[in-house]
Design a protein around this ligand. Structure first.
Ligand code: AP5
Length: 218
């Protein structure tokens, strides 16, 4: 099964993509994680995108499509995938359809997270993540079990994302409304959109997703 998670910054895409990938044994691709890894490594691509990401703008379609083509072509055909952070524009979605058609596969469902804007801001303001393994926490809603230590890898390198500063969050939310929200209609027209109530706690959101996926597989 091939799944896309769609939603505003802080909607819980990354959190749920990791859980669902594990439960359904899917390969997870997160373009945000990939780009942050490029920035951390100081690669040419990382240097090119760092300022764009820190200002809340989108990286160009050309770069992003290149990144995703590489990932998807390396995919073992027997394995489904979950895409977190891609597509983010209509041009990216159209290109993704083409890439998948060439591989004789398709997007089976698009999970669109519906979350109040006030909640998004609160989530981003309290987010911390492990710089070593990428695990995400929230200071209030899902803190690490032992203060300051990553539950997954034991690192003490828990930090805030540069783009979670309040002024950048506003820019990211505006960019989402302008460039990414139109994808809801795009996938609605393709009849594979599933709306998920992202305002619930993490376990309830996962439950709702699994139930709805089961229905399309029935
Ligand atoms: P990216 O990393 O994809 O950022 P984003 O889409 O803005 O999404 P976030 O990672 O901020 O939020 P999320 O929905 O994953 O929420 P999370 O699960 O972490 O992209 C970053 C940048 O890279 C972009 O701005 C752009 O510049 C560039 N980029 C990436 N892809 C691109 C593309 N395709 N085209 C162009 N540019 C691209 O949750 C947030 C917080 O809430 C966490 O603390 C979490 O613990 C908590 N939380 C999650 N779920 C719940 C819940 N149900 N209840 C309570 N708390 C919760």
């Amino acid at each position: 099964m091939n799944i896309i998670v769609l939603g505003a910054p802080g909607a819980g895409k990354g959190t749920q993509a990791s859980i669902i990938a594990q439960k359904l044994e899917l390969k997870k691709f997160s373009t945000g994680d990939m780009l942050r890894a490029e920035v951390a490594s100081g690669s040419e691509l990382g240097n090119k995108v760092q300022n764009i990401m820190n200002s809340g703008e989108l990286v160009s379609d050309e770069i992003m499509i290149g990144v995703i083509v590489e990932q998807i072509s390396s995919l073992d055909d027997s394995k489904g995938f979950i895409l977190d952070g891609f597509p983010r524009t209509i041009a990216q979605a159209v290109n993704l359809d083409k890439i998948l058609e060439e591989k004789e596969c398709k997007v089976d469902c698009v999970l669109a997270f519906d979350v109040d804007f006030d909640v998004l801001v609160e989530r981003l303001a309290g987010r911390i993540y492990c710089k070593d393994c990428g695990t995400t926490f929230h200071e209030v809603f899902s803190p690490p079990k032992q203060g300051g230590i990553c539950d997954n890898c034991g690192s003490v390198n828990l930090v805030r994302r540069d783009d979670d500063k309040r002024e950048v969050v506003t820019a990211r939310l505006n960019k989402y409304l302008e460039m990414t929200e139109p994808l809801i209609n795009y996938y609605q027209d393709k009849k594979n959109l599933i709306i998920v109530n992202g305002d619930n706690d993490v376990a309830k959101v996962t439950q709702e997703i699994l139930k709805k996926i089961e229905l399309i597989n029935a």
